[in-house]
Design a protein around this ligand. Structure first.
Ligand code: A2P
Length: 268
């Protein structure tokens, strides 16, 4: 199946997810998730810090889909103390017995302190897989050094414009799948003339080109939208391919080479 990949712990993860960062709790979030599930998405990515787990849970439970048909991710807010206790609170808000993936949202307070609690959440069955987000290679290695259960994903900002090849290759060589958030540059990359040219030539939209670029690298990709027609459009990405020239042209849009150090910790 070209729509999923196996994580290093053996769990299957759908490559395309709806991201709901910055979608307020309530009707807007519930509608977006409900539409996504109707339109074939089988992976929803939320977080404690987004404040919208209740709406995600309502949409999921209202979808008529069995729990094991949908891959559900939430994230531990490292401003709080205890990943295990917070997992229970997330599960309560989501109204589910477990999530598929539980992630340390960013390496606040250092990359390793939360990992014990993450492993306890995993051991107690609150999360089938555990991972990290916004971790640099050295953060990742620090966790791997103390881990009994190593992280299987690292979720970072990633697109042709933020194509952090070294980070990506380091993740993959460590059995850590890369999840691409803000794959459309929070919308900013959709106006780029070079992306638009490729999209026009292929009869696709810029959003579809950027999502497809990530999929062809076997990245897990998390475009966000609250508009039904865009949610639908963003999922119509399994019926075309970018040729090697277009992939290379998109790769060349990377502007992180010179600034990779500055980008290492752009999150706080
Ligand atoms: P909206 O949520 O109003 O539909 P990213 O995934 O990189 O964070 O980008 C999300 C931004 O891109 C949001 O502002 C979203 O707007 C917009 N967006 C998502 N999909 C599309 C699309 N297919 N066409 C145009 N804009 C889109």
């Amino acid at each position: 199946d070209d729509r999923t990949r196996a994580l290093a712990d053996g769990n299957e993860i759908p490559l395309l997810a709806l991201g709901v960062w910055q979608v307020p709790d309530g009707r807007e979030c519930e509608d977006a998730v409900r539409w996504a599930l109707e339109l074939g998405y089988r992976h929803i990515d939320t977080a404690q810090a987004y404040g919208n787990e209740r709406s995600v849970g309502r949409a999921l439970r209202g979808s008529g889909l069995a729990r094991d048909e949908v891959f559900l991710t939430t994230k531990f807010n490292p401003g709080l103390r205890d990943p295990e206790a917070e997992a229970q609170r997330s599960l309560e808000r989501l109204g589910v017995e477990s999530v598929d993936l539980y992630i340390v949202h960013w390496p606040q307070g250092g990359p390793t302190w939360a990992w014990d609690g993450m492993q306890r959440a995993h051991e107690r069955g609150y999360a089938r897989s555990i991972g990290v987000s916004n971790f640099s290679v050295s953060d990742l290695d620090a966790v791997r050094k103390v881990a009994d259960v190593p992280p299987v994903v690292n979720q970072v900002q990633f697109s042709p414009f933020e194509f952090r090849r070294e980070l990506w290759e380091a993740c993959e060589s460590r059995g850590v799948a890369l999840e691409a958030y803000s794959p459309l540059g929070t919308g900013r990359h959709l106006d780029d003339p070079r992306v638009a040219e490729i999209a026009g030539r292929l009869g696709r939209t810029p959003a579809q080109v950027l999502i497809r670029w990530a999929l062809q690298r076997e990245l897990i990709v998390l475009p966000k939208s609250t508009h039904r027609e865009r949610i639908e459009q963003n999922a119509q990405v399994f019926d075309f391919e970018l040729g090697p020239d277009d992939v290379a042209a998109l790769d060349a849009l990377d502007r992180t080479q010179a600034t990779d150090r500055a980008l290492e910790h752009p999150w706080w």
